[in-house]
Design a protein around this ligand. Structure first.
Ligand SMILES: Nc1ncnc2c1ncn2[C@@H]1O[C@H](COP(=O)(O)OP(=O)(O)OP(=O)(O)O)[C@@H](O)[C@H]1O
Ligand SMILES: [Mg+2]
Length: 610
């Protein structure tokens, strides 16, 4: 393009040869093995299959083999389906505005065939024999009759064999397998009547029989408790909208948004606005760094949905997106408040703290909005922590002394700002005057009120102590007489298998209990909720496999301490002293402040004293 004397000249225009066009087009649809799996599962579902068997080798890099029991493909069509834009799912332009199938672009098989070695076998039930076609790099190799049961089978080998650049960008087997499962899970949940058998390197990973209802499927696929789920169906005739919701209550809290599923007209989709609104609703019920479980199945007129936005069809456009988001969030909030444990827990907690009749009476007079506030205050300490709350509280008198030996004092950071140095000095000399809501420790100085977030402070102390113990080789570990059994999902299991050694180094000794459960035998002594800590690590994405100790410990510490327990003066002062011995005392490992100062001047202004 560079001409003489620096002049830039455009090269001659030419039409790209088909072999380049094919690869460019294929690259839009097929990014990695998970994209092949997605397309093949969608084809099987569109063919009304009752069973999907998926066999993978090397996370799909060397083999993706899928079998269905669907309607099959007519032998006359078997070559045609590998041509670009060959589809049996739409015929006219108008069909594009009322799509009911998952596929419609006629691009998937064409794209997969262009960049792999593919064999497709199929037999419609009314035919006597099946037919097998073999293509390599999009070129037909063989077409022959075979004997097989009704249905379709696709075998994809050597993915990206002729696009080395793409192959080079594939991630480790663990990462690619993780992507495959993240891709499969929504289809597995939604098609609960379909049997799913998935094997990887000859090992069975998922084996689910047809289920009676979607809740059963959710429970068995994601290993969550049925009692923690709420199910509701709604039909809003005037809005032309119907939907069903499966909402996890406050007991399901994940470090990532990996348990949130949105389906629009039977298609798993990502939709930022709906997802944002739904997560907002939960903000009232669970801590802001935890993410809930939800599954939303929306049905609306296909003319209100545009699925033709992206080649992978992952995103859809909704005509009345804002309106739908508002309706959904309202309904979710009402469901959680009226039926969820959030409400029950809040009442229990309220009464259990002070069961005197005056408190009970007060409780009865609470208005709806006051009650909502209460819910948000108390459910922060999740349901499980509540059940251990009393025994923990009983023990907690000596807790300060118990922990003292394990805290390694660290010298203050020399890089502290003058404000931080002054805050450090004030906090050191301040007097403890009480606690508020079992969440905040209040200290007074001569001219200000210092509020310490008890949980954030303890996260900082725990994080720095464990980090220094690990780096100096003196990690204090508690061994459990009875192992804690932790049900894990397939995605978590993939991470667990890859991380087991690393977890051991960090004090979490684990073994496999059965296919869906691991047993936790030990954990760092300072972590008071080891199951939550371990789950925080396993629910991370594959990047955690390469993460350093600092990142892993920070993650393990998240919400892994008991929230909301009462401390006596000595304990409060002990927490303050430990906090001040931290390297970075004024923020928790996740960036939230640990101490807030309200000075006299601000209070005076609030009371119009100035
Ligand atoms: N498992 C299957 N069972 C029956 N027919 C199938 C199966 N897989 C593919 N087909 C047929 O092959 C055609 C082409 O499939 P392909 O996935 O390439 O396109 P599509 O599903 O129509 O659209 P999209 O590219 O959006 O997925 C389908 O329209 C369908 O007729
Ligand atoms: Mg398709």
């Amino acid at each position: 393009m560079n001409g003489r004397s620096g002049l830039i000249v455009m090269a001659k225009v030419q039409i790209l040869p088909p072999e380049i066009v094919n690869k460019i087009a294929a690259g839009e649809v097929i990014e990695r093995p998970a994209s092949v799996v997605k397309e093949l599962i969608e084809n099987a579902i569109d063919a009304h299959t009752t069973s999907i068997e998926l066999n993978l080798k090397q996370s799909g890099k060397t083999l993706i083999h899928i079998k269905d029991t669907g309607v099959g493909i007519d032998p006359d069509d078997m070559e045609k389906i590998f041509l670009r834009h060959a589809t049996s799912k739409i015929y006219h332009l108008n069909d594009l505005y009322r799509i009911n199938s998952l596929g419609f672009r006629g691009e998937a098989l064409y794209s997969i065939a262009a960049i792999s070695d593919i064999t497709l076998r199929s037999k419609p039930s009314h035919q006597d024999v099946g037919w097998e076609i073999h293509l390599r790099g999009g070129e037909k190799q063989e077409f022959k009759p075979i004997s097989m049961p009704a249905g379709t089978e696709v075998i994809v080998k050597e993915l990206f064999f002729n696009t080395p650049a793409r192959r080079k960008f594939l991630k480790s087997n663990v990462t690619e397998l993780h992507h495959i499962f993240n891709t499969c899970v929504p289809y597995i949940l939604q098609h609960y009547q379909c049997r799913f058998l998935i094997t990887h390197n000859n090992r069975e990973i998922i084996n689910l029989p047809p289920h009676q209802d979607v809740l059963d499927r959710v429970v068995h696929t994601l290993q969550i408790n049925r009692e923690d789920l709420l199910y509701r169906e709604y039909q809003l005739l005037e809005e032309n909208l119907s939907f069903s919701l499966i909402l996890g209550d406050i007991n399901i809290q994940r470090p990532r948004r990996d348990m949130q599923f949105i389906f629009i007209n039977n298609r798993p989709v990502q939709n930022k606005l709906l997802s944002f609104y739904l997560n907002q609703v939960y903000q009232t019920f669970i801590p802001s760094d935890a993410h809930p479980f939800f599954c939303i199945f929306l049905s609306l007129p296909s003319s209100d949905v545009d699925v033709n936005v992206h080649p992978t069809k992952r995103e859809v456009k909704l005509k009345k997106e804002q309106r739908i988001a508002t309706i959904l969030s309202k309904v979710c909030e009402e469901t959680l408040l009226s039926y969820g444990k959030a409400r029950r827990v809040s009442t229990n907690l309220y009464l259990s703290q002070d069961s005197s009749s005056s408190t009970q009476q007060k409780n009865q007079y609470l208005s709806n909005s006051q009650e909502k506030k209460l819910v948000s205050q108390y459910v922060l300490s999740d349901h499980k922590s509540y059940s251990t709350y009393r025994s923990y509280e009983g023990k907690s008198i000596n807790r300060g002394n118990e922990d003292s030996s394990s805290v390694v004092p660290l010298s203050p950071q020399s890089s502290e700002t003058p404000q931080q140095l002054s805050l450090r000095k004030k906090l050191k000399e301040a007097h403890y005057i009480g606690s508020f809501l079992k969440k905040y420790l209040l200290f007074e100085t001569t001219s200000s009120l210092l509020i310490v977030d008890q949980h954030a402070a303890q996260e900082r102390i725990t994080y720095e102590t464990i980090l220094s113990q690990v780096s100096e080789g003196g990690l204090q570990v508690q061994y459990l007489v009875n192992p804690i059994l932790i049900p894990i999902s397939v995605q978590e299991k993939i991470i667990w298998e890859a991380m087991q050694k690393k977890l051991e180094e960090l004090g979490f000794s684990t073994t496999q209990w059965n296919e869906e459960t691991i047993a936790l035998h030990s954990s760092p002594s300072l972590i008071k909720n080891p199951a939550a800590a371990l789950r925080n690590l396993l629910s991370g994405d594959e990047s955690l496999l390469r993460a350093d100790n600092e990142t892993l410990i920070r993650r393990a510490c998240r919400s892994s301490l008991m929230a909301g327990y009462e401390v006596v003066k000595e304990q409060a002062e002990f927490i303050r002293d430990q906090l001040l011995s931290c390297k970075i005392p004024f923020s928790c490992p996740h960036g939230r402040p640990t101490v807030v100062e309200i000075d006299q001047h601000t209070l005076d202004k609030e009371f119009f004293r100035r």
